[in-house]
Design a protein around this ligand. Structure first.
Ligand SMILES: [Zn+2]
Length: 259
């Protein structure tokens, strides 16, 4: 009898111990879960989203140098290098185009309609809720060949755009174009994307294709990377730094052929 009592007591004891372990474990699990939710609310892990727009594309080559190099290819290369630097700095990057294909509906019957559709799609991405900054990459052209150097245009409809433009001007001139004295310029309605963008938004004319020396420079991988690096530094300056990359990111150097 005494033995049976002892056995029953032992069984009861183990049941109580196991129940206590389960209850404690459950409480700790939910406490940790709650803490994590709280931490996520307090410190959202979302990276800032930068839209990089490689100007022109497809049948729209943009400006052209005297020896026939089209703006669209240089824009795309600089845009891709900028994307790579920004992603490595912890930003989320969205591109308006990753290759020689414009964003709009290419099946539309007239060139004017196709271009309107392209601009509308790019603007949609510029103004999307997720976008924090939009940067459009272009090359300049003028009737006289002597002009050179980058110039940054900013949106008149977003007060922050001028500050972003100044960060880019200062970075580009400080790092690679010390002789460049060009001032930033507010865009008019003729620069559709800037004029209609509600987010901090700039258009960077990286240099002049009408200047043979600068056109040759703009067509080199090294200079394109320098420009991309300067733009990335400006974004870091403007935003106060990116975030650590969320995962492994392999930078793909799939250089586009310049046509
Ligand atoms: Zn252009």
């Amino acid at each position: 009898m005494e033995k049976l009592k002892q056995s029953l007591f032992n069984i009861l004891f183990y049941i109580v111990v196991i129940a206590l372990i389960i209850i404690t474990g459950t409480l700790v699990f939910f406490a940790v879960l709650k803490l994590n939710v709280y931490a996520a609310e307090e410190h959202p892990e979302k990276s800032m989203c930068i839209v990089i727009d490689a100007g022109h594309g497809g049948e729209d080559g943009g400006a052209q140098s005297a020896d026939g190099v089209a703006e669209k290819g240089i824009n795309l290369n600089i845009a891709r290098y900028t994307r790579d630097f920004l992603v490595l700095s912890g930003y989320e990057v969205k591109m308006t185009r990753e290759d020689d294909t414009p964003m709009g509906d290419t099946s539309l019957p007239t060139l004017a309609e196709r271009r309107r559709s392209d601009f509308a799609e790019r603007l949609k991405l510029f103004n999307s809720d997720n976008t924090d900054i939009a940067i459009s990459i272009h090359q300049n052209k003028f009737t006289e060949p002597q002009y050179s150097g980058a110039q940054v245009f900013y949106s008149p409809n977003n007060a922050e755009s001028g500050k972003l433009a100044e960060c880019i001007r200062s970075s580009v001139t400080g790092l690679i174009q010390p002789q460049n004295k060009r001032q930033n310029k507010e865009s008019g309605s003729e620069i559709y994307l800037l004029y209609n963008c509600k987010k901090p938004c700039v258009l960077v004319e990286c240099g002049f294709l009408s200047n043979p020396d600068e056109a040759a420079l703009l067509n080199t991988e090294e200079y394109q990377k320098q420009l991309a690096f300067a733009i990335c530094c400006a974004v870091l300056d403007y935003t106060g730094g990116g975030r650590a990359p969320a995962g492994n990111y392999a930078v793909v150097h799939n250089k586009t052929e310049i046509s």
